[in-house]
Structures are given as C-alpha cells and as structure tokens.
Ligand binder design. Structure first.
Ligand code: ADP
Ligand code: ADP
Ligand code: MG
Length: 448
C-alpha cells in the first residue's frame, strides 16, 4: 500500500480523498494555487505545496509543478479527483514514466475512452448499442452529408468535450452550416481540439449511468446505476439511485453491457458508463468517464462501498475482495449539487466570504464540502461548493429527507441554487420519476 498520496485537485473532492487516506493510514500531500492558501484541503493534508498562481493552467493544470511536488514530497501516488487532469492521458502517462502511481486506469485506456469518437467505435465493436451517429466530420461537405443521413434534430459534439460543454443542438438543415462552423471554432478554443462528430438527438430520454469497479486481476463488478436526467445545459444538478425509470431487466442488461465494455478495453479502477434510455427501455452508450464521478457518493450510500478507498487499493495492486453477488443496492439515495450561482440572474457565478454556514445533520445525511465559516469562495474555479446526499429506505422518504436537509442548510455570503433544488424536489414530474433530460426546461416553463 502507498505510504503517501498527493491529491491533484481542490475543493470538496480533495477533502473527500484526504479523508479516505486518513482512514487508511496514508499520509497526504495537498497542492494549491495562490488563491487557495486558506482552503480546507490545505489545512487537512499532512503536507502542502503551492503550485502556482490562481489561473488553472498555471496551477491545477500545471503538470510539471504537480509532478515535481510529488517527487519533492516523496508521494508514491497521485489521485487526480474529477475534472482537471483526471482524464488527461498525457498526465497519466507522465506519472507512469516517473514511477508515480496514477490512481485511475492506465494512460492507454484513458486515451482510448477519453476520445469520445474512439470510445463509440470501441463500444460498437464490442457489441454495445451506441447512440446512432457517425464518425468524425472533417469539413462542412462531409458534415452535411452525415447530417442528412442521421436526420434532425441532431447534436454536434466536440471529440474532447466534457462537463456539459462542447455540445450543440441543431434542429434543421437551415441552422446546420452556421452551427457546424461555430461549434468547431468553440471547441478549438475551449479544448484545444476543434474536431467534432454528429449524433442523433435522442428525445425523450433519461441519462442513466452504470458504476464500475475493475481490478488489475481482471475482476469487474457493477455497483448499480445512477439516474442523472436532472440537468441544466447538459450538466447534472441532482442525481439519484436506483433510477426510478428503468425496469429490473433493463438494469441487468445495462450492467452486463457495462462489464462487457470494461473488459473489452482492459479497464482498471473506478469508471462510469453513461447511457441514454428511451421510454421503450432501449438504451444506447453515450460516453465513458474514466475517473471518479462527482455523484459517486450516491452509489456509496446505496451499496455501502467506499469508492475512493477502492480506487486507492486497486491502484496499489490489491484485488477486489467481493464479487458481483456480494453487491446489494439497498434503499434510495439522492444528491443535490449545491452551486455558488444565482438562478434568477441567469445562473451568474457567485463568490465572496461565507458569513454564516449551517450544515444539516441527522441520520443518513451527508454534506461533502470544503466550506467553513469565514472562508472566501474564490472567483476562479468551478461553482460546485457542496454536495448534499441523503439515504432512506424508499424514494419518497429520501425526497422528504432531502427537503428537510435543504431547509436546514444555511449558506450566506454567496448566492446558491438551494431554492431551485427545493423546486425540483417538489415538482410533480420529478415526484413521478418519469422525467427526462429536458426536465429543467419543463420546470422553468411551469408557473409558480
Ligand atoms: P460528472 O460526469 O462526474 O457528473 P461533470 O460532467 O459535472 O462530472 O464534470 C466534473 C467536473 O469536471 C466539473 O467540474 C466539470 O466542469 C469538469 N470537466 C469535466 N470535463 C471537462 C472538460 N473537458 N473541460 C473542462 N471541464 C471539464
Ligand atoms: P459530457 O462529456 O459533457 O458529459 P455527454 O456526451 O455525456 O457529455 O453528454 C452530456 C449530456 O448531454 C447527457 O447527459 C445528455 O443529457 C445530453 N446528450 C448527450 N448526447 C445526447 C444525444 N445523442 N441525445 C440526447 N441527449 C444527449
Ligand atoms: Mg457525460
């Protein structure tokens, strides 16, 4: 087992990983930008290293500074968390080269699955149904031909997109030419890669994803699914497990495909396969996330399995000590993402000093955050400031528990989306469980 791990991330996920290390008796190294000197992850870690100025490219994406921080402190492994460098195959390869264990899959697997187009092809070849669409389109002529074949509405997707960015909905051929050029130009700016491909826009559909754990010995288990159809601009807002909209038969089938897909690419460590599911229970592979997911806690609550600890054990070469038949999904869990933003001002991001913080409590209520009283939320980073997660025996009970916890949560000093989360939970369509990825548009159209 590793004696020291460097956490190449910030915010709630860095804190989450440090906690797991502490429980495992592993020393921790935090890295931080100049804007994060007073951050919680820095105080909680055993050691910390400043890796540069506030801007992401100078600090949390500064590969050279992070690798040298690991070398200077003698950390044997790096946990990348989510976002940032977590799906960067070059970073993982550099860790491998420097003899530092990357807590995630091998760099070759990240390269294969992180490229959305290559992932589609790999999945198709291993017999997993994929969203109807095509390969990469290099120029407008080819794109136009593909668009006619696929039909409208369709999505133009950036090969290197992520976090809900790099996706554009096009409803007709008239809009297509303009949309194609802008999508490609925007992808070039956002991801340094202008390559795009086309996919049929599946509607109405649910986003349902399967959580996998695979060890180095070839064992793979699926830890149930998460329903993530409550989204705004293709970004998840609320997640729950089990999914209220899929049958047991669909669940089993999707699980088998997920394991089959993971085996086909030689997958190791925690990973997630995202599917779209239509009302006839047909499902289609959308993408694989080769990392820990923001909403992993939902799965932890229903399975009792600590995903971060298993990521660390697997990276250290330990085999899974349980099989598929030992995995049982019990009760119902819900997560609300708490973002520092103002929904009534076009979701404008908010930063500033936390003047009052009250965190809800009670049985089976979990709040993952890096906030503390008097902490100043810096303006440079992701707006996610906390994740409220609850677990109960039934979905109805979990909803009530979440409502009570949201009422109790007090964060003053920055704007948050907690009222919006309460509206989601109270909405009849959400209550019915029969909601799709367009739920937020429907909610916004509902008169109060
Ligand atoms: P999850 O799939 O775990 O729900 P998200 O899609 O919300 O995760 O993304 C997790 C985090 O990573 C977010 O902070 C998001 O902004 C960031 N992220 C993921 N991929 C990219 C990318 N390619 N470019 C920029 N940010 C990304
Ligand atoms: P990201 O890497 O940003 O997470 P995804 O490919 O996972 O991108 O797509 C993000 C979201 O966009 C999905 O959760 C889904 O709601 C929507 N989406 C993506 N592809 C399709 C599609 N072909 N049809 C309908 N919705 C889609
Ligand atoms: Mg996705």
């Amino acid at each position: 087992m590793f004696s020291k791990i460097l956490i190449a991330n910030r915010g709630e996920i860095a804190v989450r990983i440090i906690r797991a290390c502490k429980e495992m008796g592993i020393a921790t190294v935090a890295v931080f930008s100049e804007a994060d000197r007073d951050a919680l992850h820095v105080s909680l870690a055993d050691e910390s290293v400043c890796i540069g100025p506030a801007q992401l490219k100078d600090s949390y994406l500064n590969v050279a500074a992070i690798i040298s921080a690991a070398e200077v402190t003698g950390a044997g492994a790096i946990h990348p968390g989510y976002g940032l460098l977590s799906e960067n195959a070059k970073f993982a390869a550099l860790c491998e080269k420097c003899n530092i264990a990357f807590i995630g899959p091998p760099s070759g697997v990240i390269a294969k699955m992180g490229d959305k187009d290559m992932a589609r092809q790999t999945m198709q070849a291993s017999g997993v149904p994929v969203v109807p669409g095509g390969g990469m389109v290099d120029d407008f002529k080819q794109a136009e031909k593909e668009a006619r074949r696929i039909g409208f509405p369709l999505l133009i997707k950036a090969r290197s997109g992520g976090g809900g960015r790099g996706i554009r909905l096009v409803r007709s051929m008239e809009e297509f030419e303009n949309a194609f050029h802008t999508a490609s130009a925007e992808a070039k700016i956002a991801f340094g890669d202008g390559a795009v491909y086309l996919e049929k826009y599946l509607y109405p559909a649910k986003h349902v994803e399967m959580q996998l754990l695979c060890d180095n010995q070839g064992n793979a288990v699926v830890l149930g699914e998460r329903e993530c159809s409550v989204q705004r601009k293709h970004q998840k807002l609320l997640e729950e497990s089990p999914s209220p909209g899929i049958s047991q038969e669909t669940r089993m089938k999707m699980g088998r495909f997920a394991v089959q897909a993971a085996r086909a690419v030689g997958y190791v460590n925690a990973g997630t396969i995202e599917f779209l599911v239509d009302d006839s229970q047909n499902f289609y592979f959308m993408e694989m996330n080769t990392r820990l997911q923001v909403e992993h806690a939902v799965t932890e609550m229903v399975t009792g399995i600590d995903l971060v600890k298993w990521q660390i054990r697997i990276a250290a070469g330990l085999p899974l000590n349980f099989g598929q038949k030992d995995v049982s999904v019990g009760g119902h869990a819900i997560e609300c993402r708490i973002n520092a933003e103002n929904p009534s001002l076009g979701f404008r991001p908010s930063s500033g000093k936390i003047t009052l913080l009250h965190i809800p409590g009670g049985p089976w209520v979990r709040f993952d955050t890096a906030l503390f009283q008097d902490y100043t939320v810096p303006p440079f980073y992701d707006s996610l400031i906390g994740k409220l997660i609850v677990h109960a025996q039934t979905r109805e009970e979990a909803i009530r528990k979440m409502q009570a916890a949201l009422c109790e949560l007090v964060i003053t000093g920055v704007d948050t989306n907690t009222d919006l989360q309460r509206k989601i939970l109270a909405h009849p369509l959400f209550r019915s469980g029969r909601y799709h990825t367009d739920f937020m548009e429907k909610l916004e159209a509902t008169k109060p």
